[in-house]
Design a protein around this ligand. Sequence first.
Ligand code: CLF
Ligand code: SF4
Length: 300
Amino acid sequence: MSENAYPTAKVGDQEVPWDPEQLRKIQEHPCFSEKACHRFGRMHLAVAPRCNIQCNYCIRDFDCVNECRPGVTSQVLTPEEALQRVDEVMEKIHYIKVVAVAGPGEPLFNEPTFETFRLVGEKYPHLILCMSTNGLLLPDEIDRLDSLGISNVTVTLNAVDPNIGKEIYEYVTYEGKKYTGLEAAEILLDHQLRGLEEAVKRKMIVKVNTVLIPTINDDHVIEISKTIKKLGVYIQNVMPLIPQYRFSHLSPPTPAEKKAVQDELSKIMRQMRHCRQCRSDAIGRLGCDVQQEFEKTEEK
Ligand code: CLF
Ligand code: SF4
């Protein structure tokens, strides 16, 4: 599926092309458009340290590996510090088009995420606001995200069958209660699918990240693509497992294996192939990060 084949939306019986504002949010977004990634950059604001689920491939001492590079711990900012960082960056780097929250934990489980988007959106209305999530709180928070102007959303979806999901997630905490096993996987999947549907309904541009986990979901990823295609997701990003925590005994997929899977899935869903597994405080063009220039110096 080519990048130029932009989507249409079903209105009644008719296929209607996406509107120009939606197209801009693809064409100027370095993750949603491979062409854009050479020209435009993004900045992540690490304002979200807590997480509400436990993935079996995640050591929680580091950035969320659903979107970010494992083994990296980003410095957490307050919303005010985050806005200040945006001010400094916008003054110096004119190719930044996207401001995102992608960790170091789950953005929707951290109130500062919302305050950060409010502050940044008010001051810089032309910037594209982007967020990644495990999806558990997406149905509950979708209206708040919509009213804050978040236009690009990524949900990590590793299974569309709870029997596979239960092998991937150790637990889920929702409304103060901890769930494990099949029940946890069912709750998470139900919320993820409803969240995706609601995001598409609100004209958000939606990406799904799928961690390719050999022997666990490698035969199942095609079902994920079929499901998200039906839901109107724009693009899928298959990320190779980095074996750690409970999956430390698994072998990661080789680049050739990952490519073969992407080739197969591309018959169903548009595939992102240029992901650089960023840090949750990354700034710059993908693969050309410059956040060291803006790091906060610790007060002694
Ligand atoms: Fe960041 Fe993610 Fe938004 Fe991009 S990253 S929240 S969609 S602005 Fe991009 Fe980085 Fe890959 Fe993510 S290259 S890890 S896909
Ligand atoms: Fe780790 Fe992210 Fe999974 Fe939370 S959602 S357990 S931070 S990988």
